[in-house]
Ligand binder design. Structure first.
Ligand code: BEZ
Length: 230
């Protein structure tokens, strides 16, 4: 185990802490757990995001290098997220004072403003609701989780990364583009899809659908495998 990991993993036992045993885990396609939280931008509720997409993400701790690179990367995609009607909301179990000091430090050392609020989840309430604590990794830090919540409050995607791996914000943008495209056109997106690529026409449910789709002008390799441009 590297010293970096050793210094952050508090507990190597696989038995989760009592407070985490009762942790719920959000489910894709279900309502995101409601919360009200203290943030660097004041009190925020999940319901405040009704009508916009929300990327709720946790980081292990303030003033740590990988997290700093992630905050810089999230700040860099903020304009792209705005174009897509997406809000960002960070979270760790550090205090608001720590978050504020770190955001000011990022401005001072990297010249970058962090435009999104950060939850100070000192009592681990939101972290527990969203299953952000992975006791096998750390009992005191949230893992690198990402929850994409749609404008009506449904969990549409979840990404979990370990403490030692910084996230890829291009992938988060791609995921949002894929979700918004599938919602708009009632299609699916293939592996490594990116905006502009052809999309997958959902598989037919009946024999009649098979005939209809084969004559619909799609690009079909077989009856179950058809693509189209959107
Ligand atoms: C970091 O650099 O952000 C970090 C690395 C390992 C564990 C926690 C944080």
């Amino acid at each position: 185990m590297s010293s970096l990991v050793e210094s952050t993993v508090q507990e190597t036992s696989h038995a989760p802490a009592a407070s985490v045993q009762s942790a719920s885990l959000p489910r894709l396609g279900m309502a995101a757990p409601a919360f009200e939280a203290v943030t660097t931008h004041g009190k925020i509720r999940l319901s405040d995001f009704h009508g916009t997409w929300l990327v709720l993400f946790s980081h292990p701790a303030d003033f740590t290098p990988v997290c700093t690179t992630e905050f810089l990367a999230f700040a860099a995609i903020a304009p792209e997220l705005r174009k897509r009607n997406v809000e960002l909301l960070g979270l760790s179990i550090d205090s608001t004072s720590s978050h504020i000091a770190w955001v000011r430090n990022i401005k001072e050392k990297f010249g970058i403003d962090i435009p999104f609020p950060i939850i100070a989840d000192s009592n681990k309430e939101v972290a527990t609701l969203y299953g952000m604590l992975m006791p096998g990794e750390s009992k005191t830090e949230t893992s690198r989780c990402v929850f994409v919540i749609d404008p009506v409050g449904i969990v549409r995607a979840m990404i979990y990364y370990p403490l030692t791996t910084g996230r890829n914000t291009d992938e988060i943008l791609r995921l949002l583009d894929a979700l918004q495209t599938t919602d708009k056109h009632k299609v699916a997106t293939p592996a490594n899809w990116k905006p502009g690529d052809k999309v997958i026409v959902p598989p037919p449910a009946t024999m009649e659908d098979v005939e209809a789709r084969l004559n619909a002008g799609y690009e079909c390799t077989d009856w179950y495998f058809c693509k189209k441009s959107v």
